[in-house]
Design a protein around this ligand. Structure first.
Ligand SMILES: Nc1ncnc2c1ncn2[C@@H]1O[C@H](COP(=O)(O)OP(=O)(O)O)[C@@H](O)[C@H]1O
Ligand SMILES: [Mg+2]
Length: 283
């Protein structure tokens, strides 16, 4: 059966027959539903205030057409505001990041997915562990970046409000009424890399032994977006380390080395399931 064919099914019947809740945030609820016999994710806005964010997400998913691993849009409803999209599996990076021996490969694949989003001229603006889904075999993980509720074109201000230290994955500029750019995502990607490194001693040693990569990762979380590396440059440093890392993972025993970041660094206390309110009216 063609899973993309618009079904006549109503929102209520989909929601009432949901298989389970996949996630519930401050903006919406996401349920696993059956869409023409295939698993799909149904996301509904929690209140009419969140309608605009869901409308934006719908347009961006349509424009991305699967780039960045973005779930393909299958259907949308207006009353209540909701979207049906491809199901990207049960595992997010938050679920697996402590016990993967292929963390560097995962970092590289996330970066490539992010690059696809940038090549489609979008900034994601909310790159963090539970917005990254991982499917497939451990030997060949498939990465999907989800949650485009904050995504925008580069140069747009998303006008975030909230206490920045509580949301360490957001770049400082989004709290300062400055425009989002690709560098805004580089910051979040840098925080994500640091979190992964701090959960993996072996990988941390490897990166600390590579001054160029350590430097470029540190620069990616620079408060000034102009001082951050371009994503392709950051990725080329990761790529350079990738092959030796695979070899090392099978030959070297883990050893404790200095952390790239001190324990009091705010990124060591990432709070994953919150995000501050933001002004829906994009400037
Ligand atoms: N397409 C999807 N496939 C699988 N799980 C999803 C999908 N969309 C959302 N989820 C799950 O629901 C959670 C919340 O969805 P998300 O789009 O991130 O909304 P929020 O704005 O509340 O963070 C995600 O962290 C993920 O676990
Ligand atoms: Mg999310």
């Amino acid at each position: 059966m063609d899973r993309d064919r618009p079904a006549r099914v109503s929102f209520d019947s989909l929601w009432d027959n949901k298989l389970r809740i996949l996630g519930s945030g401050s903006y919406g609820d996401v349920a696993l539903v059956s869409w023409n016999g295939t698993p799909a994710a149904l996301k509904r806005a929690k209140s009419s205030l969140d309608y605009e964010a869901l409308e934006d997400e719908k347009k961006i998913l349509s424009a991305l057409k699967g780039k960045g691993g973005a779930p393909r849009l299958l259907r949308s409803f207006t009353d209540p505001p909701a979207i049906v999209m491809e199901f990207k599996g049960d595992k997010s990076l938050s679920d697996v990041q402590n016990n993967r021996s292929d963390a560097l490969d995962i970092i590289y694949k996330i970066g490539c997915r992010l690059q696809e989003i940038h090549e489609a001229h979008f900034v994601h603006n909310d790159l963090k562990e539970n917005n990254i889904m991982i499917e497939g075999l451990n030997s060949d993980p498939k990465i999907s970046i989800i949650d485009y509720g904050l995504a925008c074109r580069p140069g747009i201000k998303i006008d975030m409000t909230g206490e920045p230290s509580e949301y360490p994955w957001y770049a400082p500029e989004v709290f300062k009424d400055l425009p989002s750019t690709y560098a805004t995502d580089v910051f979040s990607f840098g925080v994500l890399i640091e979190n992964l490194l701090n959960s993996q001693n072996k990988l941390l040693s490897l990166v600390n032994n590579n001054p160029k990569l350590s430097k470029v990762i540190r620069a990616s979380v620079h408060p000034n977006p102009k001082k951050r590396p371009r994503l392709p440059d950051l990725l080329s440093h990761v790529e350079a380390l990738l092959k030796p890392a695979v070899e090392l993972a099978t030959s070297v025993r883990p050893s404790k080395r200095k952390l790239i970041m001190s324990p009091e660094h705010p990124c060591n206390n990432t709070r994953q399931n919150k995000r501050p309110r933001y002004n829906f009216r994009r400037k």
